[in-house]
Write a protein that binds this ligand. Structure first.
Ligand code: G3H
Length: 473
């Protein structure tokens, strides 16, 4: 059970404590924030509603701890990270249980999230020792007009206090993807977990506590965005912000001071399908890529762009597979589980209603029970429909029929989001050229988009086409 066993000290009555200065604490606010179970739609957990004064103290603690940590040898930092990774994996069951209850992640996927997080922490330790163990030596006569009269030595130094804000859909994995690199590089952290997913994140932080990291190096504050959200992002004690989420990133970038920002914001991941594609492979990739965790993945396929001549055959194959998906509770490890909040479900419903009014073809009947939305494929979607451009973050997938590859590339590149994409064809030359033309962070060939393996490039994605970054062809 959450908050029991080695985690008993993180609970005060029925409210989970926040973590700072190496200890679990109760907020002086006397208030808590409820976490609603998406399946039962009733309060599952409560977390502390921290105050701005508490945030100030946390920042001071993090700053002091960082100074000492920066002087700690790399191998010692790595040793502690390996220890934390092992504890995280040992404690996968109680942490996964939180993910099931807080964000309705299917039971097996919840365990996978914790295990891969442990692996990522270990990888950061290994890689950090290698990368940070190297510096550069420059000589001045390598630049025109200069003599060999100066030498330059460079090494990598920590930024300071990192504010880490992960999203609800991977509150453990996308937290450690910030914590691991930050710690090995000599930084300290203030983690602000999402409300849904906060309890899983607090359990994860306790694993770092048990590993024996110095006091104040890792801190985790919980509370209402309205009270501490802007206060955190505008705090003068923050030296870098790493944020994963949606439009909030735009607000953060406007409010943050002159600090480095690392952001991963939405994705309208396009799937382009050519006439010669293996349609069985495409259909299974669409179902896995578009509907796993009910489409609540930034890397989920969010728009299918298929050549008209093979569209009927593909839609038929996808529909046959969708009919086999199980729909229900995350505890039963169903394929489709309730979406995270009622407002998310309402947003998805708004996109579906718009598509209905504009006469998209409904391949299944639209069905919703509370936060549970049944899988839905919308065929013959046109660019004037909202779902052609917006991210449902739910189990609803639009199909746009195209008459040329250029049309598909154009739709992909006209989107405001450029996270990932995929292309299906048996012609590798075409696949590489199309991948190169798609303005997305990464492109998978004959495979659904996915972030993993977790050490692959997966970085900055600004929500404007002009600023999209290409990380890999
Ligand atoms: O939602 C964003 C996650 O980083 C996606 O990870 O592709 O491995 O599911 P995934």
């Amino acid at each position: 059970m959450a908050g029991s066993g080695v985690f008993a000290e993180i609970l005060d009555g029925d409210v989970f404590k926040y973590y700072t200065d190496g200890a679990w604490k109760t907020s002086s606010s006397g208030k808590s924030v409820p976490i609603i179970n998406p399946t039962t739609r009733s309060t599952q957990y409560k977390v502390q509603a921290c105050t701005q004064e508490e945030v100030n103290k946390v920042m001071e603690t993090a700053k002091t701890a960082q100074k000492l940590w920066a002087k700690t040898p790399l191998w010692k930092r790595a040793e502690l990270l390996h220890k934390a990774a092992a504890i995280l994996k040992e404690q996968k069951a109680p942490i996964a249980e939180c993910l099931v209850k807080e964000i309705a992640k299917p039971a097996k996927d919840a365990v996978t999230e914790v295990v891969r997080s442990g692996d990522l922490v270990s990888y950061c330790a290994e890689e950090g020792v290698r990368i940070l163990g190297e510096g550069k030596f420059l000589v001045s006569d390598s630049f025109p007009g200069n003599e060999r009269s100066k030498y330059c030595l460079t090494s990598k130094i920590p930024l300071g206090v990192i504010l880490a804000i992960p999203p609800f859909n991977y509150p453990v994995n996308l937290a450690v993807s910030k914590i691991g690199p930050a710690l090995i590089a000599g930084n300290s952290l203030v983690l602000k977990p999402p409300t849904q997913g906060a309890v899983a994140a607090l359990h994860m932080v306790h694993c770092f506590h048990l590993a024996g990291f110095p006091k104040g190096l890792i801190n985790c504050v919980t509370g209402r965005g309205s009270e501490i959200g802007d206060f955190l992002t505008m705090h003068p004690g923050v030296d870098c912000i790493s944020f994963t989420g949606g439009d909030t990133g735009i607000a953060i970038s406007k409010k943050a001071g002159m600090v480095p920002l690392q952001m991963e914001l939405g994705g309208k991941d396009a799937c382009i399908i050519l006439e010669d594609a293996d349609l069985d492979l495409v259909a299974s990739s669409i179902v896995k890529g578009g509907f796993s965790y009910s489409g609540q993945r930034c890397t989920a396929i969010k728009v299918v762009l298929v050549m008209e001549s093979v569209a009927d055959a593909l839609v038929e194959k996808v529909n046959a597979k969708l009919a086999k998906l199980t729909v229900g509770a995350p505890e039963d490890d169903c394929d489709i589980t309730p979406v995270v909040t009622e407002s998310s479900a309402n947003f998805i419903e708004g996109l579906v209603t718009d598509a209905k009014q504009k006469e998209a073809t409904f391949c299944q009947e639209y069905k919703r029970e509370g936060n549970l939305i049944y899988p839905l494929l919308l065929d013959n979607v046109r660019p004037d429909m909202r779902i052609a451009w917006e991210e449902p973050f739910g189990p609803v997938l639009p199909v746009i029929r195209i008459n040329s590859v250029e049309e598909g590339i154009h739709h992909c590149n006209a989107s405001n989001f450029g996270l990932q994409g995929c292309v299906f064809t048996r012609d590798i030359n075409k696949a590489i050229l199309i991948g190169d033309a798609m303005e997305t962070g990464t492109v998978q060939i004959n495979s659904a988009p996915a972030r993993g393996p977790d050490h692959f490039p997966f970085q900055v994605n600004f929500p404007t086409p002009l600023l999209k970054k290409k990380l890999m062809p």
